[in-house]
Design a protein around this ligand. Sequence first.
Ligand SMILES: C[S@@+](CC[C@H](N)C(=O)[O-])C[C@H]1O[C@@H](n2cnc3c(N)ncnc32)[C@H](O)[C@@H]1O
Length: 258
Amino acid sequence: MDAISDIMAVVYDVAGIKLGDNKRSMVEARLGKRLRQLGCDLKAYAARLHRDDDEIIRCLDLMTTNHTAWKREPVHFDDLARRVLPEIQSRRLRIWCAAAATGEEPWTIALTVHQAIPDLAQWDAAILATDISTRALDVARNGRYSEERIVSLNAIERSVAVEKADDGERTWVVKPELRRLLTFARLNLMNDWPMRGPFDVIFCRNVMIYFDQPTQERLVNRLARLLAPGGTLYVGHSESLSAITHPLRSAGAATYVR
Ligand SMILES: C[S@@+](CC[C@H](N)C(=O)[O-])C[C@H]1O[C@@H](n2cnc3c(N)ncnc32)[C@H](O)[C@@H]1O
């Protein structure tokens, strides 16, 4: 096996991310800077991945695509506000955002919850945001975004979600009211999960596209088991579950209910 195939195999084994042959040049380009830092070639790097777990974490940081945005695929936030949240009588809310990337998605969930529940202070509400990428999670936890990153927020949403950073830059930081709702943690969806659930809602959007079908099927069934009865799973709009076996029923665009 050549070095790039070896590296791609490690990424698949550890993270489930299927990098096809058409991604070889992408893999090489994304590793370029790291190879220069280490002063090694691809072959030595591949060998290092087999004995250095910390390097695997760095490698996954480079191999993952963290593209995301505030209010991405917005029908899910509308559905959360209009269908899901009004049904919850217990005032206990648990949401898991399973591929949080740089945070725009879980912060949008927090914004939606904050806007949809007027007596939120009386609720026991918690949102867990996880991702495999430590680099992306650092950005997410910081909750600091440039003007360009928050263009999709209207004036009211901005006033609820963010405030100007005092760094003299055109930078915005997430407000404490939203921060109180969120906990961040690194979690590889391929490994054991410490959470027992049940969750009222799980967002697992735009990550299954990187997995092959058996991996998707295993993942969706594991997610379904962590949902409360009547709980909702949102997947990405391009991630149809029609080809896999699972116990959920479709309830709208890329929306599934247990
Ligand atoms: C394209 S982003 C999607 C972000 C967000 N969910 C959205 O829809 O905007 C995919 C995210 O999945 C994460 N990811 C990839 N493989 C993963 C795995 N095995 N476990 C957890 N997260 C993973 C990546 O680090 C990346 O941040």
